[in-house]
Design a protein around this ligand. Sequence first.
Ligand code: SF4
Length: 162
Amino acid sequence: MHLLQTYPETIADGEGIRYAIYLSGCIHHCKNCHNPNSWNPKAGVPLTDDIISNIIKDINNNPLLDGITFSGGDPFYHPADFFKLIKRFKEETGLSIWCYTGYTFEELKENPSMKIILPYIDVLVDGKYIDSLHSPFISFRGSTNQRILKLKKGEVLKEITD
Ligand code: SF4
């Protein structure tokens, strides 16, 4: 698993001030993707244990943070690695986790290795970016097909609308 980029304090990737972690690799190849460099799973640097520990330390030392956001790329590109990673972040920070993905919630539920990740996610922003549905008037998404889903124990509690 490769790390593309981190943003230690951002207000663009979910509610409040969040530590955003961009992971490499994406199979969706959406037209006019915001970051096609992220499609290559080898982009960025290998996400080593030392890097993970340092990010967790930074997060736990920043009382201003409201949560963590995983984006990319698609964090579900390497489901087995992402499962271990997100579990560790949840257990070692206790913060809320937002996650962006090009898969829909329903697609994730159908895949056993992806489904087990959902209980660690508090808010899922799902679906591919569809250029013809682009809107500058929606929060935290690029196109109107994408949903902001509040999850609990891996199930949808409610959809957050603008
Ligand atoms: S899912 Fe996101 S990162 Fe992947 S191609 Fe679509 S817009 Fe780009």
